[in-house]
Design a protein around this ligand. Sequence first.
Ligand SMILES: C[C@@](CO)(OP(=O)(O)O)[C@H](O)COP(=O)(O)OP(=O)(O)OC[C@H]1O[C@@H](n2ccc(N)nc2=O)[C@H](O)[C@@H]1O
Ligand SMILES: Nc1ncnc2c1ncn2[C@@H]1O[C@H](COP(=O)(O)OP(=O)(O)O)[C@@H](O)[C@H]1O
Length: 289
Amino acid sequence: MKLLVKAPAKINLSLDVLNKRPDGYHEVEMIMTTIDLADRIELSLEENDIIKIISLNRFVPDDQRNLAYQAAKLLKDKFHVQKGVSIKIEKNIPVAAGLAGGSSDAAAVLRGLNKLWDLGLNLDQLAEIGAEIGSDVSFCVYGGTALATGRGEMIKELPAPPICWVVLAKPFIGVSTADIYKRLDVSKINHPNTKSMIDSIFHGDYDQMCENVGNVLEDVTLNLYEEVAQIKDQMSKFGADAVLMSGSGPTVFGLMHHDSRMHRVYNGLRGFCDQVFAVRIIGNRHSLD
Ligand SMILES: C[C@@](CO)(OP(=O)(O)O)[C@H](O)COP(=O)(O)OP(=O)(O)OC[C@H]1O[C@@H](n2ccc(N)nc2=O)[C@H](O)[C@@H]1O
Ligand SMILES: Nc1ncnc2c1ncn2[C@@H]1O[C@H](COP(=O)(O)OP(=O)(O)O)[C@@H](O)[C@H]1O
């Protein structure tokens, strides 16, 4: 028996850090939304009791380091599942890019195995299990648009943001999330206006949304990698309405309303860096599977 599950990437429309916690994590306030750039996960029941990862992408581990493997193992151990699974990952989301590719693969495996292994869990239960794998996994279990707080695992659903294009551009570098958080000086943060971003989403106000994008990790990554700043400049030059780095980077996204502007930004960036995508925000929860 086989099951195909979609694992969409996310962007952070805003990312604020409130403080550093005693457990080493940072208390965050993030507005996250899923986009229609997705990995494809194929789950196949295995007769013998194993978890097998199949991936052709050289940056994706094919053993217990893979977050998709960890998701399957966690479900197997918690619910004493005697069956095995092979997990084939068709990687379309750039790796170590600030787009939660690994977290989304893990979330897709949780959703998929819940069906394939007939576990009968609801999304809230899967999200709670996901938080044991990584801070972004809970959001990825639900998808859609949300305010994420705590270390990122506390999810409050929001409506879909105003319809627009998202052009993503990733330079040829990978960024370690842990390293970027470590370098952040929490005493020198210029906080984005999360409340105004939420208002803009509730009111479907595109201009207000564009005015309120902000990410406190951006300066940290920009200082380390000049190419991220260059991509931001190019996006603005080609006419994106808002430009921001996603997560800990290095992917930069631009927002634009009109098709013609999207084409200009997309083509302009294609001449400048190798991984460029023009996608839509998926926005609401129920378009995942
Ligand atoms: C920055 C964000 C924004 O969405 O995404 P990415 O850039 O990774 O996509 C997330 O906060 C990343 O979430 P995720 O990648 O799941 O992080 P985890 O695996 O839980 O943690 C990796 C490391 O990042 C640091 N970390 C993570 C989350 C958080 N709230 N505070 C932290 O300080 C910790 O050092 C932790 O050891
Ligand atoms: N299924 C997976 N897909 C991508 N990367 C994975 C996966 N499982 C584990 N990883 C590891 O997680 C790291 C972070 O990858 P990813 O989730 O793509 O980025 P980010 O945390 O920036 O959103 C990678 O360097 C990779 O070694």
